[in-house]
Design a protein around this ligand. Sequence first.
Ligand code: ATP
Ligand code: MG
Length: 403
Amino acid sequence: MGPRVIAPPQSGSGSSGQGAKGTRDAVDQASATGPRIWAFGGGKGGVGKSVISSNVAVRMALLGHRVVLVDGDLGGANLDTMLGCERPRRTLSHFFDRSVASLADVAVPTGVDRLTLVAGDGECLGSANPVHAQKLKLIRHLRALPCDFVMIDLGAGTNFNTLDLYLAADVGVVVTTGEPTSLQNCFAFIKTATMRHVEQCTGVQRREHDEGARRRVGSAGPEARAALQRATSLVVNRASPAEARRVANLMHDLAGRFLGGQVRLAASIADDVAVTRSIRQSQPLCVLEPTARAAMDIDALARELWHGPAVAPAGPASGVNEEIEHEGQRLHVQSEDLGAPQCAVRTQVFLADGSVVFTRRTPYVDAFFERLAVGPGDRVRFHHVAIIRALRSGRVESLRKTA
Ligand SMILES: Nc1ncnc2c1ncn2[C@@H]1O[C@H](COP(=O)(O)OP(=O)(O)OP(=O)(O)O)[C@@H](O)[C@H]1O
Ligand SMILES: [Mg+2]
């Protein structure tokens, strides 16, 4: 059988590039199946979870989606200040103490069309500790919110409420900076979340040391193991793309070695004084200065989370197909993004009879992409070109039939 023809990747940033129709389709799909939930967590305080989650929410709303931003920093809430809203009269506390019937009743408008806020209660410490039943009710109500996306801004640390909200999301985003203390806490968060997940799947209490963690993951049932295959989407804040890639490689390595899990770099966000200006003025960065470096990085992150491997709905993969002449043979070279859970790009070379004579698969976190500072939207093209160059320069030894 000949090679599958894959749609070429869209030009532009990230793996997106969809036009208005793509946006509408995604909105329709989200409405039909309930909202997609993205949770932003991370071990350390002050690394940028609130800045990033609130601005991703703003970007998604500006892209035409109905978004509810939830201040999940129970007991330390301040998103209303960041968004420049009046202090909402109703907050999550009213939901927990049953003053309102539904979570949707505490969602208040923000200054951004299509974006509403479920505020936390920064002063009422009681709300920091909902009991188990209240937490389950909150998760049920989040799933039923009449919107396309729910973004949860989580507090720092790894308490059970934070972890359970993180694990209830469709996409878990972990935010870190490149500082060693932040990296330590970042890995601690990934590890604790993984152990909590195993605990939820198996009902067995966690153990703290790493070897125990890996064994526990390995001995979880197939269903639990499949759930654990969800790659953590890592955002490295206040970092250059090269530094972010180094951090992601390190985390991927640690997660693979100690937990059997995967970490993929979703985006790097530049250290940008425009962020400070936006907080001082109580205006979201993506509204106040949409062309600032950090705002553009956040735009790329929103698109990556929307279309990237962690959330990509089953559909046509993006790829490149090309016919080339090589040593008197006509070859078909096909490159594609394998998406989750493989998190890799693959190039295959086919003979005219459809047989595969060469395959190269490169993980997103490979040094090849890091060295060339290749972003997610360009991986397939770079991989494709590199393989063809290698073929032409004789660096691919032989083209024997492998399948
Ligand atoms: N990309 C950036 N460039 C410059 N400054 C930034 C950037 N990201 C965050 N900051 C600064 O870091 C501060 C803390 O950010 P933020 O409140 O989002 O952290 P957090 O992780 O939510 O903290 P907490 O755990 O306390 O909730 C911001 O007030 C801002 O001044
Ligand atoms: Mg915060």
